[in-house]
Design a protein around this ligand. Structure first.
Ligand code: GTP
Ligand code: MG
Length: 1142
């Protein structure tokens, strides 16, 4: 801590220019906002801000949200940080992490103007990053929070990227500054340097995003310019080549976070304070008579105060002076903490309180926890909500400022370009930009997720407090009834003696309560009861949505546009002027008509009923559960395209099989899983071929939440979940040169492999034994002997596999392009997509070098499995020239070659073979199947027609020898079914055999994780990593702290319980985030048995030392109910021993 002149200044409290009081406090007045006010504000889009809070896990999003919620009087200031109001789920409260994004509408007055803030709090845990995507899509701006101690973390980068991809503007809050004071005990100068570093880190991330975008745009521009066109005229003489890449001209001044730009707030959410430079500039300009403009420029820079000369000078660092920011800002805060928390100096605190002009209640000043007093002072002195909300109102855009770039991006799906969309669709861009709520404006709504709400909590089902008038009416009714009853009793003269006088008196009072249920309108109650189906669930789905244009009202009819909906096609079929309001709408694929249910204002845990919602607002919509699965675009115009799908960063990878405890409850489970699928943006629910119900989630924490949801919400039954199903991949590698004891291997190994293939194939169902030559080429003939294929499996270089894996999406687009070309449909492709395809091709060519791979890229037949997987089918058939998969790149290529008949059967066979491999029926990866020969004995058209002819003489199964006549073979053909099917089976089998003719390996999924740990627990972290076969890739110390950052990779198979174990072993100090990273070949051979003498010596006859690959393989086989060889080996050995003894 620096020697603190301001300590003196505070003691000289009369002058107290360093006890800055916040100006204009009077404008910070907010009470609980009435619904009517919010409804009025919803109509003025210029003063609406739709924003979300984004950050790495635990950086303080929900705590900040608490501060903002408290500013509206929804919760008390005392509960800020304790309540975590937006974490409304029980498990969120228990675990202390947010799992679902939730929204709340707040009201704020800024510069005499009233603003409506639709705030969405998002989760920071990597498992829930899909929830972040759903939040970001509905917003125009974001508050990005960074923990002042931890700095930029993996999820900080991820959320900055997401904000960037969605074109929303971020502002920054550097939170937990109190930790720099109390935990790290930094001096003000050190803290200043630390804060500078954090800003640098954040800006570095933004900078790299910006650079990549500019370079991309530049590349796009280049590709659009006609090739070979020379710059003309003078320019040509002056410039020969421009290598600037456009970075110099691009304007990035508004892009970066800088306190003097007004887009950074320094805060401690837990203590309730926060400030921007603007606030302090205002304070000191009042006190010191320096212009606020000058202060704004100099407070965050290398400037210092020359008191004697009464000047602000440059070069604080060089001259060893305290920068202004330290002297005027940080020193004050540090001193306050010192007085209140560290020293508990009552006198000084009193002086500070007086000088700041804040009011402290006695119970706060007497509280044994000094933080209570601190927060009481800070929340009045530098209220965080004010700092943040001022920044939000000033720096974040309103819905009216949506950029046309963002609109085009939202509207252009996949490879399609905006200007290729139909005219009417392009016109909708105007509607987006105007954000108009006129009645004539088309309604455009995007639903980013579906969430469940308790039916009883819906506004129209909620018991609302009765108004005075109603209470009066009801009392009157009850009195009348009572009087009637008394009169009746008097008439009959049967007054019951046991009726106490109290009962009579109590009745009118109780009626306020009672009659609400025991309403006079008994018939309506009966109706309600009749409607209530006992099996009906308590939960209902509400869509989390935003209106981009028009006004929505309950009961309105709109189109639901599925992700595959194509406005171009439907506009040509639909009658002119057709809209969702038309009385008749013909059937169009991916287009359905729905009626909106109730509309709700999202208020965190509560929902409020709305009669209409104008453009530019975030809202909840009921009644869509039948129409929307996870997300959807709604519009009254059929010209509206579906919005681009949400960018999900996480890959769902953890799978479990689920079954009900009681088998009879299966239907409930099925229904529950369907609901879960709808309610979670990224969970996947599927039924495997084995009949298992499988749930795929993004990680362990996500899995836990899904299981809890199933048990308590959606299925409401006891369920049991299997151990996580770990995904594997199967691949082949080059034959090893050394054996397991590092001895050189001769040819003997190869022989063993081929031997094994032969054995396997003799067991196979295929009656026609494949021929395997010594190089691994497998030749197989279809049962009808009309087609023969020869296939060889070759391992792809690792870089190629990685490339294919990372460009899967592009390959899928390429496949679609090829399909439409084959069908003769023209598809407008954006030049960027073509560029990417060309780039992929080029990179493949670069990576596939050498004799073996000569010209292969041109001859790629297909990718698989699912047509975009990381395996290649190669056309090495000399006599067959087929169109290349790259045909979209050159127009010339298209018509030259045509496909041979049955081409598709080969591709399908390959797809099937790559979908599940022979090791344990897991997908293949990194394998190239080269088709070297493909003979068809008769033209298939002939064959097909022939199959219809009646046959009599040949009995099925009577397969003839090779010398038989062709006619006889044809005659056989029909008993095996269509030739295309046979060829598929033969290709599949040949691929499988070819695969087995090579050394096979399993591949394991790997996580990367970043663990932050202090030096004392580092050893234990390594211990846990080592035990679980993790590898440390990098270890570095975070500057200015004693925290180490360890980057490690860990097999997914070993990861379950890893985070918990680490947390336990380090007493909660280290908590890793696991993110799926890549696939890695497990080096051991699952089929390995000792063959050489040394290996026998080393591993023993049974070779029962750990073979990790074998263990994994057998575990998967056992799970899938496949044959596991393990036991057989044990018995075989026993029998042999017995045999010897005989
Ligand atoms: N020291 C300190 N702790 C804080 C501050 N803000 C929040 N915390 C603590 O940090 C922890 C995480 O806070 P949350 O607000 O739940 O963080 P979050 O970003 O919402 O976390 P997720 O939603 O799970 O990503 C809690 O224990 C808070 O009390 C702060 O300004 N200073
Ligand atoms: Mg949170």
């Amino acid at each position: 801590m620096s020697d603190s002149p301001q300590q003196h200044q505070w003691s000289r409290s009369g002058r107290a220019h360093l006890c800055p009081r916040l100006p204009g406090k009077q404008r910070f007045t907010m009470g609980p906002t009435s619904l009517d006010k919010i409804k009025a504000l919803q109509k003025n889009p210029a003063n609406i801000r739709n924003l979300c809070i984004l950050a790495h896990v635990d950086h303080g999003k929900t705590t900040l949200a608490d501060c903002l919620v408290a500013s509206n009087g929804i919760i008390s200031n005392r509960l800020v940080g304790k309540l975590r109001y937006l974490d409304s789920r029980e498990d969120e409260q228990i675990r202390g992490i947010t799992m679902k994004s939730s929204a709340i509408s707040l009201h704020y007055t800024h510069r005499e103007q009233e603003f409506l803030l639709n705030l969405i709090d998002s989760p920071g845990h990597v498992d829930f990053s899909s929830e972040v995507s759903t939040a970001v899509r509905l917003c125009d701006g974001a508050i990005v929070i960074v923990d002042a101690v931890e700095g930029v973390c993996p999820q900080t980068q991820a959320v900055l990227r997401q904000a960037w991809l969605e074109n929303i503007r971020p502002v920054l809050v550097i939170n937990k500054i109190d930790r720099l004071i109390l935990e790290l005990k930094l001096t003000t100068l050190e803290a200043h340097t630390h804060l500078l570093k954090i800003l640098e880190q954040v800006n570095a991330v933004t900078g790299s995003l910006f650079t990549s975008k500019v370079l991309e745009e530049r590349a796009e521009k280049d590709s659009e310019e006609p090739e070979g066109k020379e710059p003309e005229g003078e320019a040509c003489e002056e410039q020969v080549y421009d290598w600037s890449a456009g970075l110099d001209e691009a304007d990035d001044s508004n892009l970066y976070f800088s306190p003097d730009q007004g887009n950074v707030v320094f805060a401690s959410a837990i203590d309730g304070w926060g400030f921007s430079i603007q606030q302090f500039a205002q304070i000191y300009s009042d006190r010191m008579g320096i212009s606020a403009r000058v202060l704004l420029k100099t407070l965050w820079g290398d400037f210092y105060l020359n008191v004697k000369a009464k000047k602000i000078m440059k070069g604080a660092q060089a001259k060893g002076k305290k920068p202004l920011f330290v002297q005027l800002v940080l020193d004050n805060i540090w001193s306050l903490y010192e007085a209140v928390v560290t020293n508990r100096d009552k006198d000084k605190v009193d002086k500070v309180v007086t000088s700041l002009g804040v009011k402290i209640q006695t119970r706060d000043s007497r509280n044994s926890d000094p933080k209570v007093l601190l927060s009481a002072i800070c929340t009045q002195w530098l209220p965080l909500s004010q700092a943040v909300l001022d920044m939000v109102c000033e720096r974040l855009p309103s819905p009216l400022e949506v950029s046309s770039e963002r609109v085009e991006r939202l509207m252009s799906v996949g490879a399609r370009r905006f200007d290729s969309l139909p005219e009417q669709t392009q016109q909708l861009k105007e509607a987006f930009l105007r954000c108009s709520s006129d009645d004539g404006a088309p309604v455009i709504v995007f639903v980013s997720k579906m969430f469940t709400a308790d039916r009883k909590a819906l506004p129209h089902n909620r018991q609302r407090p009765l108004t005075q008038e109603e209470i009066g009416q009801r009392t009157e009714l009850a009195r009348q009834r009572h009087a009637e009853k008394m009169a009746a009793e008097n008439r009959t003269g049967s007054v019951r003696s046991d009726a106490s006088p109290q009962e009579v008196h109590v009745q009118p009072e109780a009626s306020t309560q009672d009659t609400s249920a025991d309403s006079t309108d008994a018939s309506s109650r009966m109706e309600a009861l009749a409607l209530k189906d006992p099996a009906e669930e308590n939960d209902t789905f509400v869509a989390f949505a935003r209106v981009y244009s028009g006004v929505v009202r309950p009961g309105q009819k709109v189109f639901v546009l599925g992700p595959k909906y194509d406005p171009a096609r439907s506009l040509s079929t639909l009658p002119e002027g057709c809209s969702a309001l038309s009385s008749f709408v013909p059937e169009i694929p991916h287009l359905s008509l729905c009626t909106l249910g109730g509309l709700y204002l999202l208020m965190g845990r509560e929902l409020e009923q709305l009669e209409e919602v104008p453009s530019g607002n975030v809202l909840g919509i009921g009644g869509l559960e039948e129409f929307v699965l996870k997300s959807a675009t709604l519009s009254t115009s059929p010209a509206c395209p579906p919005f681009t799908p949400l960018n999900f960063e996480a890959t769902p990878i953890v799978r479990v099989a689920i079954e009900p405890k009681h088998p009879s409850e299966m239907p409930k489970l099925v229904r529950g899983m369907r609901l879960l699928n709808q309610a979670d943006p990224c969970a996947e629910v599927l039924i495997q071929e084995t009949g298992e119900h499988v749930l795929v989630t993004a990680g362990e924490v996500h899995l836990q939440r899904c299981l809890d949801d199933l048990r308590e919400r959606f299925a409401k039954i006891e369920i049991s979940a299997s151990e996580p199903i770990i995904p594997f991949r199967e691949t082949v590698v080059r034959p090893p040169k050394v054996d397991m004891v590092n001895e050189d291997l001769g040819r003997q190994h190869k022989v063993a492999i081929i031997h094994q293939v032969k054995e396997d194939s003799s067991q196979s169902r295929c009656s026609h034994t494949p021929h395997v030559d010594s190089t691994g080429l497998v030749t197989l003939t279809t049962p009808n002997r009309l087609a023969t294929v020869s296939i060889r499996a070759i391992p792809l270089p690792q870089e190629v596999t990685c490339l294919l894996e990372s460009r899967a999406e592009l390959i899928r687009t390429l496949e679609q392009l090829n399909l439409s070309l084959r069908e003769g449909r023209a598809l407008e492709v954006s030049p960027r997509t073509l560029e990417e395809v060309a780039d992929l091709k080029q990179r493949l060519e670069d990576l596939l070098q050498g004799h073996r791979w000569r010209n292969v890229v041109e001859h790629i037949w297909a990718f698989g499995p699912r047509r975009y997987g990381p395996n290649i089918l190669l056309n090495s058939v000399e006599s067959y020239q087929r169109p290349s998969v790259w045909q979209c790149l050159s127009s010339a290529d298209r018509s030259q070659n045509s496909l041979r008949d049955l081409d598709n059967s080969i591709v399908s066979g390959f797809q099937l073979a790559t979908l599940s491999g022979p090791l344990c029926e897991e997908p293949l990866m990194g394998v190239c199947f080269s088709v070297e020969c493909w003979d068809l004995l008769a033209p298939p058209t002939h064959l097909d027609s022939m199959e219809e002819e009646p046959r009599s003489q040949d009995a099925p199964g009577d397969s003839g020898g090779p010398g038989e006549s062709q006619a006889r073979r044809r005659a056989e053909g029909d008993c095996y079914g269509p030739v295309s099917g046979q060829l598929i089976a033969a290709t599949k089998e040949a691929c499988r055999q070819a695969f087995q003719a090579q050394p096979q390996r399993l591949m394991a999924a790997m996580y990367t994780c970043e663990i932050m740990a202090t030096a004392e627990v580092l050893g234990r972290v390594y211990g846990v990593l080592g035990k679980r076969e993790g590898r440390v890739m990098q270890e570095e110390m975070k500057e200015g702290t004693d925290v180490f950052i360890i980057k490690a990779i860990l097999p997914v198979a070993e990861s379950f319980g890893f985070a918990d174990e680490i947390r336990k072993r380090t007493s909660g100090l280290a908590s890793p985030q696991l993110v799926f990273s890549h696939w890695e070949v497990i080096s051991s051979d699952p089929y390995w048995v000792p063959t050489t003498e040394e290996e026998y010596l080393h591993f023993g006859e049974k070779a029962d030392s750990d073979n990790q690959a074998l263990k994994y393989m057998n575990a998967v086989r056992r799970r899938k109910g496949l044959y596991v060889e393990e036991k057989l080996v044990e018995h075989a050995e026993k029998q042999r021993t017995l045999g010897k003894n005989k």
